[in-house]
Ligand binder design. Structure first.
Ligand code: ADP
Ligand code: 5GP
Length: 205
């Protein structure tokens, strides 16, 4: 029985990292796919935990080898999802979660139809700007660039199965947890248990 694959995308600053941290704390068995990227590590980021930081030639040789389930260029840097990590965990019945952009989400959905795609929206443009500035991680020109990118990214919301408007954080956390929990209620996820229950009734007539 394969696990479920979840894709989470959002314009930068919407609160996706915050939401994913809460989700991973609640669901200890959920596997977060650490992406490869050619961008430099930000202060506090660790290779192997936030990303696998690599250089462009190494990344492109991985592309040639078919190592990526999907990959894309975002804001001048390359980002990719390791195919083997995702497939191994899905095959062993684990749920896997990807934090990827709208281009990557489209590629994954075209390859794995049953993947569940979730888009996190900020409540407004002004609030997105406020959050990016309050986070104080980047200079003003980078924030301006992120806001420009956000304007085109949000139009992709139609590609997604669920939209979480991240207004009140607690509500968004509950909603994200509900989506993952309901994925586990699918009959195919509970086949052996269902068979045991049916057997306890004396089998199927
Ligand atoms: P992303 O990963 O989408 O770039 P972050 O999780 O880093 O975003 O969140 C951006 C900033 O907004 C952080 O300072 C975070 O604490 C804050 N934040 C996240 N969710 C909310 C929310 N629902 N309400 C107010 N602030 C939030
Ligand atoms: P950041 O540089 O802010 O960490 O991420 C920039 C964007 O790249 C975010 O939208 C993030 O979701 C996306 N991203 C991170 N990893 C991957 C990946 O493996 N593939 C793709 N397509 N996008 C990714």
């Amino acid at each position: 029985m394969r696990g479920n694959l979840y894709i989470v995308s959002a314009p930068s600053g919407s609160g996706k990292t915050t939401l994913l941290q809460h989700l991973l704390r609640s669901f200890k068995d959920l596997k977060f796919s650490v992406s490869f990227t050619t961008r430099k590590a930000r202060a506090g980021e660790q290779s192997g935990a936030d990303y696998f930081f690599t250089d462009r030639p190494t990344f492109l040789s991985m592309v040639d080898r078919g190592d990526f389930l999907e990959w894309a260029e975002f804001n001048g840097h390359l980002y990719g999802t390791a195919r083997s990590f995702v497939e191994t965990h899905l095959d062993s019945g684990r749920d896997v979660i990807l934090d990827i952009d709208v281009q990557g989400a489209r590629q994954v959905k075209s390859k794995i139809k049953e993947a569940v795609a979730i888009f996190v929206l900020p409540p407004s443009f002004a609030e997105l700007e406020r959050r990016l500035k309050a986070r104080m991680l980047e200079p003003d020109d980078v924030i301006r660039r992120r806001l420009e990118i956000a304007k085109s990214e949000i139009l992709f919301y139609r590609d997604y199965d669920y939209i979480i408007v991240n207004d009140v954080l607690e509500n968004s956390i509950l909603l994200l947890e509900s989506i993952v929990r309901s994925g586990r209620a699918a009959p195919w996820r509970q086949q052996s248990r269902i068979e045991e229950i049916i057997a306890s009734f004396g089998g199927i007539a």
